[in-house]
Design a protein around this ligand. Structure first.
Ligand SMILES: [Fe+2]
Length: 248
């Protein structure tokens, strides 16, 4: 029987110590609150948080994240980004609805949460460690339709400074994925913008931040608004996805 699930990807929430804190013209707490009101109307089956959840790794920020998200009662998978502090996340994100990075099977799909953060990165660049590449290889022994989530972009976006802080060893990641025809999509945050590129049979998706967007000269007024990405995953391996924007 054909099953379908929905996953809302929320990324780069950049929560600060105080709910009224400002960040590059945005107020991340208020912006995420508005996003969550829209997510609540959709009521997806799962939430996927792809890093930079706090702007400076503050425990207060992660507690605010729980307070804003947990009332929806939706199972939530999270990844850390270059702005996060993984040890603090592991201490604070202990809510029963919040699940740390791993591989899970939901709705006939495998969701692989891949850590791309690099300790002591100089500019926020990422890397898939040998241990994470091994974890990926072992996870890809499962032959279900697969969605891989990570924080950093593994493909160039086309802006020089941004592409200097993508996954440094993206080619190793792509080589692993190329050997696994069950991989349907790769989704990431970090770029604070909507992105789609097809590479072979695999769709690569970047997604807007729930607060500040990448300053692109060609962006429409709507594309400057906070947003999130919604996935529809079907158990026969098909998927659809779309961006939702929240008007401030
Ligand atoms: Fe970010």
């Amino acid at each position: 029987m054909l099953m379908s699930i929905t996953i809302a990807q929320l990324t780069d929430t950049h929560l600060c110590c105080h709910p009224d804190a400002k960040l590059r013209g945005s107020r991340p707490w208020h912006s995420l609150k508005a996003v969550m009101q829209q997510v609540a109307k959709i009521n997806p089956d799962y939430l996927l948080l792809t890093g930079d959840l706090a702007d400076r790794g503050s425990p207060f920020a992660y507690q605010q994240l729980i307070d804003l998200i947990s009332p929806l009662q939706i199972p939530t998978y999270w990844l850390s980004g270059n702005h996060d502090c993984l040890s603090v996340m592991r201490e604070v994100l202990v809510h029963p609805l919040f699940h740390a990075p791993k591989a899970v099977i939901i709705g006939g799909w495998q969701l692989i949460l891949l850590d791309s953060t690099l300790a002591n990165s100089r500019f926020g660049e990422g890397e898939i460690s040998p241990q994470s590449l091994q974890f990926l290889a072992e996870s890809l022994e499962v032959e279900l339709p697969t969605l891989i989530a990570l924080h950093h972009h593994p493909l160039p976006f086309g802006i020089d400074w941004l592409d200097q802080i993508k996954v440094k060893n993206g080619n190793e990641l792509l080589a692993s994925i190329d050997r696994a025809p069950q991989v349907k999509a790769v989704v990431f945050g970090h770029i604070h913008a909507a992105f789609h590129q097809k590479r072979g049979n695999i769709d690569f998706y970047g997604s807007p931040s729930t607060c500040v967007q990448l300053d692109l000269p060609q962006a429409t007024p709507l594309e400057k608004q906070p947003g999130f990405r919604l996935f529809h995953l079907h158990s026969d391996g098909r998927h659809q996805t779309e961006i939702h924007r929240v008007l401030r």
